[in-house]
Design a protein around this ligand. Structure first.
Ligand code: HAM
Length: 436
């Protein structure tokens, strides 16, 4: 412990981390890196370039652009220069801001990805923390369904890359422009659309009765219109929509586009991962076209990933009117699912060589050899204080070294060392020259 006089001077105070925040000791960080590495590998396979932005932005960027739910959760404050600022709760507004300034000079479509840490003041619940890392991949400058299919395939492939299969998860896809066409056919006005989306978004969690209440009491729909809305979502599939609205070109145009989008994923061989589900509408305000969420099959966890098309956002932040589509995939729910499926990798430090020093005079030889090995790219450890050979061998075992090199005085005098292969236990003499 610390010397007594320090203990007397400072009153011991213990600190714990804030609720909803995580520490990453090495084994946790290794798991996180395992996920990040998969995200980055798959992003590159799709030709995406990595970017980043600042963790702090002006508050304005999120107010109105993201929608009420996220704005309530902002970590915002006034900085010392009197600016209203917020930690980033999501990346999409920053991407729109960054591209507003430079999209003109970039070849289209732009394929960018990033893995930012995001901050939302969430209520405590499983799968939701107050910080998380979120892989974002977006295609900007292409309005067609092949771009939509590209990002959904990318999200699916990342989960496959981590060892998850079609029986583990699925992508539930819908289209907000189809929803708006249907809702307006059912009697919802354009002004009421955002409220209707927000209500339908709650269908799975709250059930039809409570959502009907939201539609009539909060949104002011007639009981008849509310019933017509809920009727559409009763089946979740396109069949019911076609039966009811097959004669409406505005609806059928969107149905065809959604089918083309799903068809592209089927052509890639990813059909078994995809399911049309009209109850997927997404909480964020800026989506204009296809929307999707990835869930575990059993429905035990919250969404692993969410995204969609947002063709108006770049204009809203002062850029060129560029169509865009993308998603965010968090590390929290995904980590829980991987752990549950036994897909978290074993954490092991890789140590190539442990150098055992016998007798103090050998230390400078040990330092020289160890350092030369490190220069050549090996991971090398040795005891940082004089210790018995037994203790040093123990340490090499604890650290999981692949081989041990013993530098005894007699061997060093002859220009050799003893090398032990820790897997087989075999020992041999090697020339010090040969070692490095
Ligand atoms: P989002 O649905 O808010 O979308 O978040 C995407 C994913 O991030 C969620 O499915 C979830 O896995 C994870 N996530 C969100 N909040 C938390 C939290 N508090 N704790 C743990 N994980 C969380 C967006 O943020 C959009 N900006 C995505 C996007 C990109 N759309 C287009 N491009």
């Amino acid at each position: 412990g610390p010397p007594a006089r320090f203990a007397a001077m400072t009153k011991a105070k213990s600190f714990s981390k804030l609720p909803g925040f995580r520490d990453f000791p090495p084994e946790e960080l290794a798991f996180r890196s395992h996920i990040f590495d998969a995200w980055r590998r798959v992003s590159r396979r799709y030709g995406f370039l990595e970017y980043d932005g600042p963790p702090l932005e002006s508050l304005d960027l999120y107010v109105e652009k993201s929608g009420a739910e996220i704005v309530e959760q902002l970590y915002n404050f006034t900085d010392k220069g009197g600016r209203e600022v917020s930690l980033r709760p999501e990346m999409t507004p920053s991407l729109a801001r960054i591209l507003a300034a430079r999209s003109r000079s970039l070849p289209k479509p732009i394929r960018w990805f990033t893995v930012p840490q995001l901050f939302r003041y969430e209520r405590q619940q499983r799968g939701r923390l107050r910080e998380h890392f979120q892989w974002n991949a977006d295609v900007v400058g292409e309005a067609g369904v092949w771009a939509d299919a590209e990002v959904v395939a990318l999200a699916i492939d990342a989960l496959r890359e981590l060892g998850l299969e079609a029986h583990d998860f699925r992508a539930r896809v819908s289209d907000r422009s189809l929803l708006s066409a249907i809702l307006m056919e059912a009697g919802v006005t354009e002004d009421q659309l955002p409220g209707a989306y927000a209500a339908v978004d709650k269908l799975e969690r709250e059930g039809a009765d409570r959502v009907a209440g939201r539609l009539t009491d909060r949104l002011g729909l007639t009981a008849e219109t509310a019933a017509a809305v809920l009727d559409v979502f009763a089946s979740r599939e396109l069949g019911g929509v076609v039966d009811r609205y097959g004669h409406r070109p505005a609806v059928m145009e969107r149905v065809d586009a959604l089918r083309e989008f799903v068809g592209a994923l089927e052509a890639m061989g990813l059909g078994e991962f995809v399911e049309v589900d009209l109850t997927i509408v997404r909480g964020l305000a800026y989506y204009t076209g296809i929307v999707f969420e990835l869930f575990d099959r059993k429905g035990e966890f919250r969404a692993i990933c969410g995204g969609g098309r947002y063709d108006r956002l770049l204009e809203l932040v002062g850029g060129d009117a560029l169509p865009a589509v993308g998603f965010g995939m968090g590390d929290v729910v995904l980590g829980e699912l991987l752990r549950e499926r036994g897909l978290a990798p074993d954490y092991r430090r890789v140590v190539d060589t442990f150098v055992v020093v016998i007798g103090g005079e050998q230390r400078s030889v040990a330092l020289e050899i160890a350092h030369r090995l490190r220069d050549s790219g090996e991971a090398v450890l040795y005891a940082l204080r004089d210790a018995s050979v037994r203790k040093q061998f123990q340490a090499s075992g604890t650290e999981g070294a692949r081989r041990v090199i013993v530098l005894g005085p007699d061997e060093v005098a002859r220009g050799v060392a003893v090398e032990r292969d820790m897997a087989t236990g075999t020992e041999r003499e090697v020339a010090l020259e040969e070692l490095t």
